[in-house]
Design a protein around this ligand. Sequence first.
Ligand code: SF4
Ligand code: SF4
Length: 119
Amino acid sequence: MPVTYRLAKDFNVAANIIRAQVAPNQIGTLVVELSGDIDQLDAALEWLRSQDIDISTANREILIDEDVCVHCGLCTGVCPTEALTLDPQTFRLHFMRSRCVVCEQCIPTCPVQAISPNL
Ligand code: SF4
Ligand code: SF4
């Protein structure tokens, strides 16, 4: 089903796909940032639920263990929102939580498992 097309056409809701794991004839996962009128967003979410699409808007968070992080910067290369950056002065990892969309792409890139989701 062309979900993002229907969101735009029927509800005037823009869907910015952050991460997609979709295989033919299997259950898939999309991490999307939706923007639009609040009433239209509510209607769009209701429509998604009516299509048997499970929606999670839970306030999950990403945690960075500062005692474990070695500031290698690998995670900054996969972060789509630049929530993770290396400070150009100190070369230490800087995490801007307000930019994080919890796409979890950074988690598997960390060689020392310093990043985890706060469930
Ligand atoms: S989960 Fe990680 S990669 Fe995704 S936006 Fe947040 S910090 Fe960036
Ligand atoms: S990949 Fe892991 S160790 Fe490297 S900067 Fe990111 S959190 Fe720190």
